[in-house]
Write a protein that binds this ligand. Structure first.
Ligand SMILES: C[S@@+](CC[C@H](N)C(=O)[O-])C[C@H]1O[C@@H](n2cnc3c(N)ncnc32)[C@H](O)[C@@H]1O
Ligand SMILES: Nc1nc2[nH]cc(C(=O)O)c2c(=O)[nH]1
Ligand code: SF4
Ligand SMILES: [Mg+2]
Length: 215
């Protein structure tokens, strides 16, 4: 859990509190958070120890919703926007968490692969980053594509663009904003994303935090 600037998608630039949930079975080869994949019982630590970490780690801790709110208050964090990410946050029913945070005056956003049912509050902003043919064998759910407030697709090859176009047709998505996000700041991927955004009237998401060296 950390406070930073949202670096992706339509909330780019928004001070945000990130809550990174441990665990993801989707298996994207280029995933930039592979340390979140396994929930290894031997890597469990206490909540205070988890919060003291300032580098990527495969350690994890259990937090109650009250613990999360207390952490925000204790740190004096001023952001009013919460980003639930991971790992794959939608392996959990996030609705109770959304409700408590919204009652406390926060807006909520979830970053998901769309491979699990999206259980969130009606007001939660849902960013679906659909995954096609990843190692874990999961498929993007139509219900996630329909619920998406934005679709953010990582690209490095023409195949990634074709995969996205096929998904948009399959799930009849026409009005949702589409972002292309170059995979791992590669120059060719960035050029492909720029050209494809212009050709399709889509938007570009360049993971701003990685260019300015923040979390
Ligand atoms: C690490 S994922 C966690 C949330 C969820 N599992 C998902 O995939 O949306 C957060 C975002 O980072 C994107 N992402 C992961 N690795 C990336 C990389 N190497 N380059 C660009 N985007 C990446 C994902 O597609 C997703 O939009
Ligand atoms: N600054 C910042 N913005 C982000 N937007 C989505 C992220 C993620 O890992 O889900 C992320 C992240 O890790 N850091
Ligand atoms: S679904 Fe998200 S967290 Fe899981 S492997 Fe893919 S990018 Fe990483
Ligand atoms: Mg990230």
């Amino acid at each position: 859990m950390f406070e930073t600037i949202q670096g992706e998608g339509s909330f780019t630039g928004q001070p945000s509190i990130f809550i990174r949930l441990q665990g993801c079975p989707v298996g994207c080869s280029w995933c930039d958070t592979k340390h979140t994949w396994e929930i290894d019982p031997e890597r469990e630590v206490s909540a205070p120890v988890m919060l003291s970490k300032n580098a990527e780690t495969d350690e994890w801790a259990e937090f109650s919703i009250a613990d999360l709110l207390q952490t925000i208050a204790e740190n004096g964090w001023q952001a009013k926007h919460i980003v639930l990410t991971g790992g794959e946050p939608c392996m959990v029913d996030l609705e109770p968490l959304c409700r408590v945070f919204e009652e406390s005056g926060f807006s909520i956003q979830v970053e998901t692969s769309g491979t699990f049912e999206v259980l969130v509050s009606p007001k939660c902003w849902v960013t679906v980053s659909p995954k096609v043919n990843m190692r874990g064998g999961y498929k993007v759910l139509g219900s996630a594509m329909q619920r998406a407030n934005e679709i953010k697709h990582p690209v490095a090859t023409e195949q990634h663009v074709d995969d996205l176009k096929a998904l948009l047709v399959e799930h009849q998505v026409t009005d949702t904003p589409v972002y292309l996000q170059p995979i791992s700041q590669k120059e060719r991927a960035t050029q492909l994303a720029i050209d494809t955004c212009i050709a399709n009237n889509w938007r570009l998401s360049i993971q701003v935090h990685k260019y300015i060296g923040i979390e």
